[in-house]
Design a protein around this ligand. Structure first.
Ligand code: NAP
Length: 337
């Protein structure tokens, strides 16, 4: 088993920023990147709102640069997924992946959240070419176009209103005949001349062209009225889906305190309820979900971890490959399992 000072779980902007900061503090962090380096940003076509890139930057390019930057300062990126953790027996903590197991004096959890999918034909295939889960990220690309928004909560209505800055019209398709969103937001949406509603309805299919000269690729959606069963085809160029997010916190269940929706709870220093475990980015941020906010939170989490480790410098056990006896000595309770 490999003993580390810091293990960072997740490789989105929060994780790679935490890796940069802990790397520059000579802590030689390990980043367990998951199956895709960069997480959700890696599937974002263009990032137009990250400071320092006035021409915009593609999600994959931004992630690559962040990873290179962290590696330059000693971060080691492992393409593997965490399958199990033991945070209950205190530091050093156990982090198990498909391929290996780590003992870590501290852990920074940045494993993110995932936008809920509708699971309909044409949705997944058009991510980045017309299907989107983020108005702030992608709205700009739909200037002068008719678009569709799915959902009736605060996110859907707030984003639909935001998207009217760019789109010619926004059709909000909601599965019921009343919105879940707060009254004030609702009223703003009802007053907005660019917004119309398709009630009691669900998207059945997203239709796109395979003409390589056309961008975005979506041309229409098939909508079903859930009360009458009637189906219609509505011309549209973009489909924005806001039906909630799910934090990727299943692996920490019962170990890190979370709210009812599963988001890990942190204080203002990004500390979780377990001393030595920090969290940053969308795993603990239900509200903003921006690259820039995740970078800030990753910085805070790293600085808190650095400070926490530095206060315990004399007590920390050696690093490197540990024998079974050494592992048992570091964590007698856990090692007897
Ligand atoms: P949400 O409140 O859970 O709303 C999700 C919406 O998507 C609901 O209208 C729901 O329909 C619909 N939906 C869920 N699954 C669906 C499916 N499979 N097919 C079609 N529609 C589906 O999620 P959210 O809007 O992302 O908000 C999350 C939290 O953040 C909430 O607490 C919200 O108040 C908060 N938030 C606040 C603000 C703000 O205050 N400005 C802004 C954004 C978010 P039903 O209504 O029929 O269930």
């Amino acid at each position: 088993m490999q003993k580390e000072r810091v293990v960072i779980i997740g490789s989105g902007p929060a994780g790679l920023t935490a890796a940069l900061y802990t790397g520059r503090a000579m802590l030689n962090p390990v980043v367990i990147a998951g199956s895709q380096l960069g997480g959700q940003v890696a599937i974002t076509a263009d990032v137009d709102n990250y400071p320092g890139f006035p021409e915009g930057v593609t999600g994959p390019e931004l992630v690559q640069k962040m990873a290179e930057h962290a590696e330059k300062f000693g971060a080691r990126i492992v393409m593997d997924e965490v399958t199990e953790v033991d945070f209950l027996h205190g530091s050093p903590f156990r982090v198990k992946t498909y391929e290996q197991e780590f003992l870590a004096d501290s852990v920074i959890v940045t494993i993110g959240a995932r936008a809920r999918r509708l699971g309909i034909p044409g949705e997944e295939e058009n991510i980045g070419t017309g299907t989107s889960y983020c108005g702030t990220c992608d709205g700009f690309f739909f200037r002068g176009m008719d678009i569709t928004v799915v959902g009736g909560g605060d996110s859907a209505i707030e984003e639909a209103i935001f998207l009217t800055k760019f789109a010619t019209s926004v059709n909000i398709v909601h599965r019921r005949d009343e919105l879940r969103a707060g009254k004030q937001l609702q009223e703003r949406a009802f007053r907005n001349p660019k917004i119309r509603f398709t009630w009691d309805s669900a998207l059945e299919e997203i239709i796109a062209t395979d003409d390589p000269t056309v961008s975005p690729k979506i041309t229409a959606v098939r909508i079903k009225n859930l009360k009458t069963g009637a189906e219609t085809t509505d011309a549209t160029r973009g489909v924005f889906i806001f039906i909630g997010h799910d934090p990727n916190s299943e692996v920490f269940k019962g170990q890190l305190a979370s709210n009812d929706s599963g988001y890990v709870l942190t204080d203002e220093l990004m500390r979780t309820n377990v001393e030595g475990i920090f969290a940053a980015g969308e795993i603990q941020d239900e509200v903003w979900r921006q690259v820039a906010t995740s970078v800030g939170q990753g910085t805070s989490a790293a600085m808190s971890a650095i400070q926490w480790l530095s206060a315990r410098e004399g007590d920390l056990q050696p690093l490197g490959e540990l024998s079974a006896e050494e592992v048992a000595a570091t964590q007698p309770q856990a090692s007897t399992n």
